[in-house]
Design a protein around this ligand. Structure first.
Ligand code: NZQ
Ligand code: ZN
Length: 386
């Protein structure tokens, strides 16, 4: 097992009616709140009323910033930082999916930074301070409620970039699975693919001795597949939503991954697609994953892919290469069943900017770790997904 650093300061309140804990959580940091949310989902499903009534009954002052887009924009971050600075805000509270929580973290950092916030995501500046962040998560996918990442898009430069810092890890997370029952089929399915991708980014690179991490990864995958399908078929099933929500956190809060190696190709390529075409993160990943698995399968990796096929999809096949191929087919079939895209054209992505997509997906001269792609390799890979 590799050496690692592990830090999660998030107080998690998981289960029904946990929103009642909100005032106590907030008061540890002050009583002036920026309440950040997306479009209208939290107003339609009652979460907005729950949150606001808790704030009002505890005399907590709050200002609202609504309209955060899926793939949150740097313009929203600028606006949020301005509001925080002008109103002496003490804590940023995000109520929504990963986009809202990521945007809340970005606002928290930007409100303590004097330059243009995009400097932080463009890696031109490292913020030294940030406001504390709290999360009421409403969608199982990113684990943003328990991690340090904030992914922000800049349509002017056609970039989508991540920044992570310990000070941005939410101080608390209210995780009520009942808040996720209204997530429609499409974002539920996208969330399932995203959670699985977070595991895949670590699982397929074998690290000798990282036994517990591999077991965690497989547990998360089996849970997401079982309960994800159930949540799609029976959206109001509380146990299905609860397992999906907690599995999402475990996939990217470090529990399943510390001590392993990160691949990164799935996310660097998906972020490039989202940057150019504003697609759903999870849908982009669902498209890429089976092609990536195919590309990564070799004599060297077949043992791990066969383990995946047997332990996740229960494929009883003694030959490693055959089992591995069947595991990949099963993955693709599962995404198809969930209504997830199979080709670039399913996402409305034209075929005229493969060079740009490839350039944006590079981390230096290459991208990936399980398989290492140059720009030319990414272009060829995109050709396969037409
Ligand atoms: O805008 P609202 O009304 O909030 O509607 C949202 C949005 O349309 C809706 N929704 C959320 N909760 C709902 C609901 N609808 C009904 N009932 C509810 N309870 O779902 C739609 C998608 O929401 P979004 O927050 O965009 O989804 P997700 O959680 O998948 O977040 C995606 C963003 O997170 C980034 C992605 O790149 C993308 O920008 N990521 C963040 C990561 C992190 N912080 O660690 C890691 C990920 O790999 C990812 O990159
Ligand atoms: Zn992701």
């Amino acid at each position: 097992m590799n050496n690692f650093y592990f830090y999660i300061p998030t107080k998690v309140y998981f289960g029904k009616n946990q929103v009642e804990k909100l005032p106590g959580c907030i008061r540890e940091f002050g009583n002036r709140v920026l309440l950040v949310y997306g479009k209208d989902s939290i107003k339609k499903n009652g979460i907005y009323n729950d949150v606001v009534s808790q704030l009002k009954k505890s005399d907590i002052f709050f200002i609202e910033l609504s309209g955060v887009d899926p793939n949150p924009r740097i313009s929203t971050v600028r606006e949020g930082a301005r509001v925080c600075k002008e109103n002496n805000i003490q804590i940023v509270l995000g109520v929504g999916g990963g986009s809202v929580i990521d945007c809340s973290k970005a606002i928290a950092a930007a409100s303590k930074y004097d330059g243009d916030p995009w400097d932080i995501w463009a890696k031109k500046a490292e913020p030294k301070k940030a406001l504390p962040v709290g999360a009421v998560i409403t969608l199982a996918a990113t684990a943003s409620e328990m991690n340090k990442n904030s992914v922000i898009s800049n349509p002017d430069t056609e970039e989508k970039k991540g920044f992570g810092h310990d000070m941005l890890i939410p101080k608390f997370a209210i995780m009520d699975p009942a808040y996720t029952v209204t997530v429609p089929k499409r974002p539920t399915a996208a969330g399932i693919a995203d959670i699985m991708s977070h595991v895949f980014e670590y699982y397929f690179i074998e690290v000798p001795g990282a036994t517990l991490q591999d077991e965690f990864c497989e547990g998360v995958l089996r849970t997401v597949i079982k309960y994800g399908k159930q949540a799609i078929d029976e959206p109001a099933n509380y146990e299905a939503r609860a397992n999906l929500l907690w599995a999402g956190s475990m996939a990217l809060n470090g529990v399943s991954s510390r001590g392993k190696l990160f691949d990164g190709l799935l996310h660097s390529l998906e972020h490039a697609l989202s940057a150019l075409y504003d697609i759903s993160h999870g849908e982009g990943l669902a498209l890429i994953i089976p092609y990536w698995m195919d590309a990564a399968l070799s004599e060297k990796t077949m043992h791990r892919f066969a383990r995946y096929a047997r332990n996740i999809w229960n494929i009883q096949e003694p030959d490693d290469m055959t089992a591995a191929k069947r595991g990949i087919e099963q993955t693709s079939k599962f995404y198809k069943q969930l209504g997830l895209p199979q080709k670039l054209s399913d996402l409305g992505i034209p075929f005229d900017r493969f060079e740009d997509i490839a350039a944006k997906s590079m981390r230096g001269d290459t991208t990936g770790n399980l398989i290492v792609f140059t720009k030319a390799d990414v272009v060829k890979f995109l050709e396969r997904m037409k």
